[in-house]
Write a protein that binds this ligand. Sequence first.
Ligand SMILES: *Cc1c(COP(=O)(O)O)cnc(C)c1O
Length: 387
Amino acid sequence: MPLPAIDPLDLEICLGSADDYAARGGAMSPPIVQSSLFAFPTLQALSEAQAEEHRRFVYSRGQNPTVEALERQLAALERGSVAKAFGSGMAAVSATIIGLLEGGDHIVFVNQTYGPTLQLAELLSRFGVEHTVVASGVPDEVAAALRPNTRMLWMESPGTMLFGTLDLRSLVDLAQSRDLLTCLDNSWATPLFLKPIELGIDLVVHAGSKYLAGHSDVLSGAVIGPEGLMEQIFYRGYMLLGASLSPFDAWLQIRGLRTLPLRLQQHHEGGLRVAEFLAQHPAVERVYHPGLAAIPPTEFRGYSGLFSFALGSNRREDVHSVVDALRRFRIGVSWGGPESLVYSPQSGDPEELRARGLPPGLIRLSVGLESPPSLIEDLEQALGGLR
Ligand SMILES: *Cc1c(COP(=O)(O)O)cnc(C)c1O
């Protein structure tokens, strides 16, 4: 199978431009500006900088040169105007929703949504922000959920756990006709495989902790969007929540971006090969991978390595025995690192799984950078133990 093509401009951005090197005296790696504050020659100069703290270095809870270098790369990759980096993906999610919505506003979550994002929405109901979940993601059902006070559509494509993709063009049309803000959590595809802003989405959110940093050693997040909205997110969300990214973690993520194109090509290939193996296995009822859908989506340049499958068996013990028998997949949350991981929501209450629309035999894999045949062999032995 051919590897997905990476946009040549994206390759250049991930490596850092020649101008960037020149500006730092030729240093191949950017400096880590490990400073919490920046001093000024006069009090007047300080107060001028404070008046536009979203673009001046005053205090590193606002802007920091190393963090800003990462932000320039992320904005360029998403083809957006401005990026803000955060200390985690959830910090980016929280600052976006808190920064842009008021008490009395309504937000619609489209598709299966990341659990903690929905928990945040629950918490915000205490402050008068209402929400509705349209887990199917079908545009007509989204339209039916809109209210006069709906302000934002929050989307994930593919969605969490079941990896169904959205008809983004129809949803953007719907949002524009009703004057709604649109925000897409693009952690799964990364800007290399999906460019939401080019499709008309206003804001893109990332858990940089996953593929962007990519080495299971950094927590980070980001939001990318137009200047006006980003200023609001900066002053009403980011600065007040205080979830800033440390200069060292920004540097690690800049380093991670250098290999992102190569890593994603490998995750794409490994993920598809493992998914195709599972799709023909008799113990597997269904594979949830966008590339194996009856009508594969057209707006993705490639697929990352995270997907799920359901066992034919509904027995909780069978999920545990398959997961525990795997040797090359480590058991853990999160994803996007070099090592393959396995997770199942099955450890919880079966009723709750059903309420979330998840099949009881669901197992999620994050296919890492190991050789695909060795991962397939491991799955074969683990599934073989079922009968
Ligand atoms: C992990 C994740 C987040 C949150 O990122 P953290 O860095 O863990 O806070 C947000 N959205 C999606 C889709 C994620 O998978």
